[in-house]
Design a binder for this molecule. Structure first.
Ligand SMILES: Nc1nc2c(ncn2[C@@H]2O[C@H](COP(=O)(O)OP(=O)(O)OP(=O)(O)O)[C@@H](O)[C@H]2O)c(=O)[nH]1
Ligand SMILES: [Zn+2]
Length: 351
């Protein structure tokens, strides 16, 4: 599978099944040692769609690019451990991928990143959304609907918290000038692409977006109506059929699942993970220390902060650090932007 990095360790490499000289499993041999590795591309009502390389199952007998879609359920030994789209898992059981086959997920490999949200900022129950993604693409229309800066800021905080880099995708540039919006986000130094659909049924800016997605695993989030589906359809024509989601997960002609779906970009050069439209993004789980690591110019100034500093309080050492010029000429606007993000957690406006 063309993942930018692999989290499989050597022990995983050794357990790849090899049909030609497969050892019979002894009674003492744990099931996961005969497991087949795969990546979860969709989750629907307790059924996981897992993409498995054919080379993993057939010892290279099938083309390296060959892969198949396996439906799986969770194995009892997993306990309560969650499985989300993007997870690298190990499967046992019927991994043939034939229509009635059902495999079992026996293991979820350690995650490189984890995008999470809570119902609201006070709800301690957090929900994992996507694992192992590199980039969070925050899709916002420049008009119709109007951009929602607080929701965008919340998504940026979630990206930083997850260990993902953010990208702003600003759609409908045919309806409004992107300049004012871009100015207000400039101090955050978040990369952005601007798109607009054209009369010819194409999308301007799509190449820039493709470049930004190349070789990475990117999650697209956005409020309903911002044009996310339009982008996904332009990026991955025939998206759902391409990975068998239609047949395997919902049996219907469109993505009706309430969870995310991973779609491989044409050419195998990266993945986009589409998520249902969001109205809010709860951040109850967020730790200010994880946010500030994405502001390296400010992080060094936290040495003088009191223990457990929120970096948005009177005793915070960052004000003196910025005032002394050590964060450079942009220090003040950077600190203001950092605090704007940190404050998104406290503001309860419903957006
Ligand atoms: N003017 C203009 N309209 C656009 C553009 N992109 C999308 N739209 C329109 O905006 C509407 C919403 O687009 P969708 O792609 O369905 O938006 P979505 O974010 O997927 O929304 P949900 O399906 O509700 O989650 C549609 O009528 C699109 O035709 C654009 O660049 N310019
Ligand atoms: Zn501080």
């Amino acid at each position: 599978m063309a993942r930018p990095t692999s989290s499989y360790d050597e022990s995983d490499a050794r357990i790849r099944p090899n049909k030609r000289n497969s050892r019979p499993r002894s009674k003492d041999r744990p099931a996961h040692l005969d497991a087949v590795p795969g990546m979860v591309t969709a989750v629907d009502r307790g059924r996981y769609t897992v993409l498995v390389s054919d080379s993993d199952a057939d010892d290279g007998g099938v083309g390296v690019d060959g892969e198949r879609v396996v439906t799986a359920m969770r194995a009892r030994e997993l306990g309560r451990k969650g499985i989300v789209v993007g997870d690298d898992v190990a499967l046992v059981g019927d991994v043939s991928g034939s229509p009635d086959a059902l495999a079992r997920v026996v293991r979820v490999h350690p995650r490189r990143t984890l995008l999470r949200r809570s119902a609201d900022d006070t709800d301690p129950v957090e929900r994992a959304i996507v694992a192992n993604a590199d980039q969070l693409v925050v899709v916002s229309a420049l008009a119709n609907p109007e951009p929602r800066p607080r929701l965008i800021d919340r998504c940026l905080v979630a990206a930083y918290d997850a260990g993902m880099s953010p990208l702003l995708a600003l759609t409908k540039a045919d309806l409004a000038d992107p300049a004012p919006f871009l100015r207000s986000y400039a101090p955050l130094e978040v990369p952005s692409v601007v798109t607009s659909t054209t009369d010819a049924d194409g999308t301007d800016g799509l190449e820039a977006l493709r470049d930004a997605l190349r070789g990475r695993v990117s999650v697209l989030v956005g409020h309903s109506g911002v044009g996310k589906s339009t982008l996904v359809n332009a990026l991955v024509p025939d998206a759902l059929r391409a990975i068998g989601v239609v047949n395997v997960v919902t049996g219907r002609g469109r993505h009706t699942s309430t969870s995310a779906v991973a779609l491989r970009l044409p050419g195998g050069d990266g993945w986009v993970i589409d998520t249902p439209g969001i109205r809010s993004f709860g951040l109850a789980h967020v730790d200010p220390e994880r946010i500030i690591t994405h502001f390296p110019d400010l992080e060094a100034g936290t040495d003088e902060c009191p223990r457990g500093c929120s970096h948005d309080e009177e005793e915070c050492g960052l004000d003196a650090w910025v005032a002394s010029g050590q964060a450079g000429p942009a220090g003040a606007s950077r600190l203001e932007s950092l605090r704007r993000l940190l404050r998104t957690r406290q503001i309860q406006t419903g957006d």
